[in-house]
Design a binder for this molecule. Structure first.
Ligand code: SF4
Length: 241
């Protein structure tokens, strides 16, 4: 990537991070082992958290081990996880990922990636069919403790409105960009708090700019409210949608 984030943008990004921490606090996301996180993230593609969790629970209830999932009948696996949608595609991706891990390691584990440099581990994960930048970054960040910044649809939308990335930048390209905008030690909380902002205030349609605690830091919010004032520097989560 030729263009680099400016020092001013990085400085504004840190102010946004601090505001998010003031509003939402430090997130506390449950830890999953790396293979669980990989499968769970494949299940989450194109669905919501509730249906992802239902599918993951059904999968774990039906199959006692990852080896059993790898060797399962693909049609049966698709049925077990159908609540997450795209059952056939996701079953094929999960089985292929587990096969590739087995071929590489002789057993089903991703712990070897913990000792690899982040770019090497990212490339290894992204070489699997159905594993793109977001899925790889989620496994790297949340299960392997690596500095990677996942960009889902919420993070992509919110960072665009906040002016944290070029307006036309793709979601894929935004991964590397935001990794340069924010310091690595902030990726965890910034990623999760941007999602929270996107689900509460900065919704896809009709964002609640007048109530948003980031209004004074947000060019899109300023435009939408014609320069309105932020309600307060620190505000609670809205009580209803
Ligand atoms: Fe989103 Fe509006 Fe808040 Fe900006 S001010 S982050 S556009 S809700």
């Amino acid at each position: 990537m030729s263009e680099q984030p400016s020092p001013e943008l990085r400085e504004r990004a840190l102010r946004i991070r601090e505001r998010l921490l003031q509003v939402f606090g430090m997130p506390d996301r449950p830890f999953l082992p790396p293979v669980d996180e990989l499968v769970c993230t494949i299940l989450s593609q194109n669905t919501n958290d509730v249906n992802r969790d239902r599918a993951f629970e059904a999968l774990k209830a039906r199959y006692p081990t990852w080896e059993a999932v790898r060797d399962a009948d693909e049609q049966e696996l698709a049925q077990v996880i159908r609540v997450a949608g795209l059952g056939n595609q996701k079953a094929a991706r999960i089985k292929e990922a587990l096969r590739r891990i087995t071929q590489s390691q002789g057993r089903i584990t991703l712990d070897f990636l913990k000792t690899w440099p982040v770019e090497k581990a990212r490339a290894w994960l992204e070489a699997m069919p159905g594993v793109g930048p977001k899925t790889a970054a989620i496994v790297l960040l949340f299960s392997l403790g690596k500095p990677a910044f996942p960009v889902d649809t919420h993070v992509h939308r919110v960072t665009g409105r906040l002016g944290l990335r070029p307006p036309r930048m793709s979601r894929e390209a935004a991964h590397r960009w935001l990794e340069q905008v924010f310091p690595p030690e902030t990726y965890y909380d910034v990623h999760l708090n941007l999602i929270r902002l996107g689900r509460t205030y900065c919704r896809p349609r009709n964002p609640r700019c007048h109530e948003c605690p980031l209004l004074d830091l947000c060019p899109e919010g300023q435009r939408r409210t014609r320069g309105g004032q932020a309600p307060s520097a620190v505000g609670g989560e809205p009580t209803g949608e």
